[in-house]
Design a protein around this ligand. Structure first.
Ligand code: GLN
Length: 229
Protein backbone atom coordinates (compact mmCIF):
# COMPACT_ATOMS: atom_id res chain seq x y z
CA UNK A 1 0.00 0.00 0.00
CA UNK A 2 1.01 3.66 -0.28
CA UNK A 3 3.14 4.96 2.54
CA UNK A 4 3.50 8.59 1.62
CA UNK A 5 3.96 11.08 -1.13
CA UNK A 6 6.96 12.58 -2.79
CA UNK A 7 10.65 12.26 -3.17
CA UNK A 8 11.26 10.62 0.12
CA UNK A 9 12.61 7.13 -0.41
CA UNK A 10 9.19 5.73 0.42
CA UNK A 11 8.05 2.40 -0.92
CA UNK A 12 5.05 2.23 -3.24
CA UNK A 13 3.12 -0.80 -4.40
CA UNK A 14 3.05 -1.05 -8.18
CA UNK A 15 0.08 -2.99 -9.50
CA UNK A 16 0.98 -4.87 -12.66
CA UNK A 17 -0.39 -7.44 -15.02
CA UNK A 18 0.74 -11.05 -14.70
CA UNK A 19 0.85 -11.77 -18.42
CA UNK A 20 1.20 -9.11 -21.08
CA UNK A 21 4.37 -9.95 -22.97
CA UNK A 22 6.82 -8.38 -23.44
CA UNK A 23 5.69 -5.58 -21.11
CA UNK A 24 5.24 -7.70 -17.97
CA UNK A 25 5.35 -11.46 -17.42
CA UNK A 26 6.82 -14.03 -15.11
CA UNK A 27 10.04 -15.57 -16.33
CA UNK A 28 9.13 -19.27 -16.69
CA UNK A 29 12.53 -20.42 -15.38
CA UNK A 30 13.10 -18.06 -12.46
CA UNK A 31 9.53 -17.04 -11.66
CA UNK A 32 10.76 -13.44 -11.57
CA UNK A 33 8.61 -10.61 -12.84
CA UNK A 34 10.24 -8.98 -15.85
CA UNK A 35 9.49 -6.95 -18.96
CA UNK A 36 9.75 -3.55 -20.60
CA UNK A 37 7.31 -1.90 -18.17
CA UNK A 38 9.05 -3.42 -15.16
CA UNK A 39 12.42 -2.03 -16.22
CA UNK A 40 10.87 1.37 -16.98
CA UNK A 41 9.15 1.77 -13.62
CA UNK A 42 12.20 0.53 -11.69
CA UNK A 43 14.35 3.12 -13.47
CA UNK A 44 11.76 5.85 -12.81
CA UNK A 45 11.72 4.94 -9.12
CA UNK A 46 15.52 5.06 -8.98
CA UNK A 47 15.67 8.49 -10.60
CA UNK A 48 12.70 9.96 -8.74
CA UNK A 49 13.93 8.66 -5.40
CA UNK A 50 11.33 6.14 -4.24
CA UNK A 51 11.16 2.36 -3.93
CA UNK A 52 8.72 -0.03 -5.53
CA UNK A 53 7.31 -3.43 -4.77
CA UNK A 54 5.13 -5.27 -7.26
CA UNK A 55 1.77 -6.93 -7.01
CA UNK A 56 0.54 -8.93 -10.01
CA UNK A 57 -3.08 -9.44 -10.99
CA UNK A 58 -5.20 -9.78 -14.08
CA UNK A 59 -5.88 -6.62 -16.04
CA UNK A 60 -9.50 -6.25 -15.04
CA UNK A 61 -8.60 -6.31 -11.34
CA UNK A 62 -5.76 -3.89 -11.92
CA UNK A 63 -8.07 -1.43 -13.64
CA UNK A 64 -10.64 -1.66 -10.83
CA UNK A 65 -7.88 -1.33 -8.22
CA UNK A 66 -6.49 1.80 -9.86
CA UNK A 67 -9.94 3.32 -10.30
CA UNK A 68 -10.80 2.82 -6.64
CA UNK A 69 -7.48 4.26 -5.45
CA UNK A 70 -6.35 0.96 -3.96
CA UNK A 71 -2.89 1.13 -5.59
CA UNK A 72 -0.71 4.24 -5.84
CA UNK A 73 0.94 3.15 -9.12
CA UNK A 74 -0.01 0.76 -11.92
CA UNK A 75 1.89 -0.20 -15.04
CA UNK A 76 0.48 -2.71 -17.51
CA UNK A 77 0.59 -1.43 -21.07
CA UNK A 78 -2.44 0.57 -20.03
CA UNK A 79 -3.94 2.64 -22.82
CA UNK A 80 -4.71 6.23 -21.94
CA UNK A 81 -8.40 6.89 -22.58
CA UNK A 82 -10.69 9.81 -21.77
CA UNK A 83 -12.93 7.49 -19.76
CA UNK A 84 -10.07 6.15 -17.63
CA UNK A 85 -8.77 9.68 -17.07
CA UNK A 86 -11.92 10.40 -15.08
CA UNK A 87 -10.71 8.10 -12.30
CA UNK A 88 -6.98 7.60 -12.93
CA UNK A 89 -4.08 10.04 -13.43
CA UNK A 90 -1.65 9.11 -16.19
CA UNK A 91 2.00 9.84 -16.86
CA UNK A 92 3.08 11.28 -20.18
CA UNK A 93 2.64 8.63 -22.91
CA UNK A 94 5.56 6.19 -23.08
CA UNK A 95 4.61 3.71 -25.82
CA UNK A 96 2.58 4.01 -29.05
CA UNK A 97 0.32 1.06 -29.65
CA UNK A 98 -2.93 0.10 -31.34
CA UNK A 99 -5.11 -2.94 -31.91
CA UNK A 100 -4.71 -5.61 -34.54
CA UNK A 101 -6.86 -8.56 -35.55
CA UNK A 102 -5.33 -12.05 -35.22
CA UNK A 103 -6.84 -14.96 -37.16
CA UNK A 104 -5.84 -18.52 -38.10
CA UNK A 105 -3.41 -18.71 -41.03
CA UNK A 106 -6.13 -20.15 -43.35
CA UNK A 107 -8.94 -17.75 -42.30
CA UNK A 108 -11.16 -15.92 -44.80
CA UNK A 109 -11.36 -12.91 -42.50
CA UNK A 110 -9.39 -10.09 -44.10
CA UNK A 111 -10.13 -7.19 -41.79
CA UNK A 112 -12.32 -5.96 -38.95
CA UNK A 113 -15.09 -5.47 -41.55
CA UNK A 114 -15.46 -9.27 -41.79
CA UNK A 115 -16.04 -10.11 -38.12
CA UNK A 116 -19.79 -9.58 -37.80
CA UNK A 117 -21.37 -12.76 -36.44
CA UNK A 118 -17.92 -14.30 -35.86
CA UNK A 119 -16.56 -15.39 -32.49
CA UNK A 120 -13.83 -12.91 -31.59
CA UNK A 121 -11.79 -13.12 -28.43
CA UNK A 122 -10.55 -10.30 -26.24
CA UNK A 123 -9.71 -9.56 -22.64
CA UNK A 124 -11.96 -8.37 -19.85
CA UNK A 125 -11.67 -4.66 -19.17
CA UNK A 126 -9.51 -3.94 -22.22
CA UNK A 127 -9.89 -1.24 -24.83
CA UNK A 128 -10.19 -4.00 -27.46
CA UNK A 129 -13.23 -5.46 -25.73
CA UNK A 130 -14.86 -2.02 -25.76
CA UNK A 131 -13.89 -1.48 -29.40
CA UNK A 132 -15.46 -4.77 -30.48
CA UNK A 133 -18.67 -4.05 -28.62
CA UNK A 134 -18.99 -0.50 -29.92
CA UNK A 135 -17.87 -0.96 -33.51
CA UNK A 136 -18.73 -4.49 -34.62
CA UNK A 137 -21.46 -7.12 -34.38
CA UNK A 138 -18.97 -9.87 -33.53
CA UNK A 139 -19.82 -12.38 -30.83
CA UNK A 140 -17.29 -11.11 -28.33
CA UNK A 141 -15.74 -13.52 -25.83
CA UNK A 142 -13.63 -11.72 -23.25
CA UNK A 143 -11.30 -13.66 -20.94
CA UNK A 144 -9.35 -12.68 -17.79
CA UNK A 145 -6.14 -13.58 -19.68
CA UNK A 146 -5.68 -12.72 -23.36
CA UNK A 147 -3.55 -15.81 -23.99
CA UNK A 148 -6.69 -17.91 -23.47
CA UNK A 149 -8.21 -16.17 -26.49
CA UNK A 150 -5.02 -16.63 -28.54
CA UNK A 151 -4.97 -20.37 -27.74
CA UNK A 152 -8.63 -20.67 -28.69
CA UNK A 153 -7.92 -19.02 -32.06
CA UNK A 154 -4.99 -21.38 -32.59
CA UNK A 155 -7.14 -24.40 -31.79
CA UNK A 156 -10.16 -23.29 -33.82
CA UNK A 157 -12.55 -22.48 -30.97
CA UNK A 158 -12.58 -18.79 -31.90
CA UNK A 159 -12.55 -17.15 -35.34
CA UNK A 160 -10.14 -14.44 -34.25
CA UNK A 161 -8.89 -12.19 -31.48
CA UNK A 162 -8.47 -8.43 -31.32
CA UNK A 163 -5.68 -7.11 -29.14
CA UNK A 164 -2.69 -4.81 -28.72
CA UNK A 165 -0.30 -5.05 -31.67
CA UNK A 166 2.98 -5.62 -29.76
CA UNK A 167 1.41 -8.41 -27.67
CA UNK A 168 -0.23 -10.09 -30.68
CA UNK A 169 3.03 -9.90 -32.64
CA UNK A 170 4.95 -11.37 -29.72
CA UNK A 171 2.53 -14.29 -29.43
CA UNK A 172 2.56 -15.08 -33.13
CA UNK A 173 6.37 -14.95 -33.24
CA UNK A 174 6.81 -17.23 -30.22
CA UNK A 175 3.81 -19.58 -30.33
CA UNK A 176 1.88 -19.08 -33.54
CA UNK A 177 4.30 -19.40 -36.46
CA UNK A 178 2.56 -20.87 -39.53
CA UNK A 179 -0.67 -21.08 -37.53
CA UNK A 180 -1.70 -17.50 -36.86
CA UNK A 181 -1.48 -14.21 -38.73
CA UNK A 182 -2.55 -10.60 -38.39
CA UNK A 183 -4.94 -9.03 -40.91
CA UNK A 184 -6.09 -5.51 -41.72
CA UNK A 185 -4.94 -2.18 -40.44
CA UNK A 186 -3.83 -1.24 -36.95
CA UNK A 187 -7.05 0.03 -35.39
CA UNK A 188 -7.38 2.96 -33.03
CA UNK A 189 -3.93 4.35 -32.30
CA UNK A 190 -3.39 4.26 -28.54
CA UNK A 191 -0.68 5.37 -26.18
CA UNK A 192 0.29 3.61 -22.98
CA UNK A 193 0.64 5.61 -19.80
CA UNK A 194 1.69 4.75 -16.27
CA UNK A 195 -1.33 4.92 -13.98
CA UNK A 196 -1.41 6.80 -10.68
CA UNK A 197 -4.19 7.06 -8.15
CA UNK A 198 -6.26 10.19 -8.76
CA UNK A 199 -4.61 13.27 -7.27
CA UNK A 200 -1.26 11.50 -6.76
CA UNK A 201 1.60 13.82 -5.86
CA UNK A 202 4.29 11.67 -7.46
CA UNK A 203 3.17 12.11 -11.09
CA UNK A 204 5.33 15.19 -11.72
CA UNK A 205 8.52 13.60 -10.40
CA UNK A 206 7.75 10.38 -12.27
CA UNK A 207 7.19 12.34 -15.50
CA UNK A 208 10.50 14.15 -15.10
CA UNK A 209 12.27 10.83 -14.55
CA UNK A 210 10.48 9.26 -17.52
CA UNK A 211 11.42 12.18 -19.76
CA UNK A 212 15.06 11.89 -18.72
CA UNK A 213 14.95 8.14 -19.50
CA UNK A 214 13.69 8.98 -22.99
CA UNK A 215 16.16 11.86 -23.51
CA UNK A 216 19.35 10.10 -22.42
CA UNK A 217 18.92 6.99 -24.58
CA UNK A 218 17.95 4.58 -21.81
CA UNK A 219 14.50 4.18 -23.33
CA UNK A 220 16.00 3.25 -26.71
CA UNK A 221 18.19 0.60 -25.04
CA UNK A 222 15.23 -0.94 -23.24
CA UNK A 223 13.18 -0.80 -26.44
CA UNK A 224 15.93 -2.69 -28.24
CA UNK A 225 16.14 -5.24 -25.41
CA UNK A 226 12.45 -6.13 -25.56
CA UNK A 227 11.33 -5.28 -29.10
CA UNK A 228 14.52 -5.54 -31.15
CA UNK A 229 14.83 -8.43 -33.58
N1 GLN B 1 -3.76 -1.73 -23.70
C1 GLN B 1 -4.92 -2.48 -23.32
C2 GLN B 1 -5.78 -1.66 -22.38
O1 GLN B 1 -5.29 -0.74 -21.79
C3 GLN B 1 -4.59 -3.85 -22.72
C4 GLN B 1 -3.56 -3.86 -21.64
C5 GLN B 1 -3.27 -5.22 -21.02
O2 GLN B 1 -3.83 -6.26 -21.37
N2 GLN B 1 -2.40 -5.25 -20.07
O3 GLN B 1 -6.96 -1.91 -22.25
Amino acid sequence: AACGNGKDGKKYTVATDSNFKPFEYLNPKTGELEGFDIDIIKEIAKRAGFEVEFETMDFDGLLAGMQSGRYPIGIAGMSITEKRKESIDFSIPYYDSGMILMVPEDSDIQSIDDVDGKKIGSRQGSTSQTYLKENTSAKVEAFPEIVTAYQDVKEGRLDGALYDLPNVKHYIATEGKNKLKTVGEVLQGESYGIAFSKGSKIVDDANKALQSIIDDGTYAKLYEKYFGE
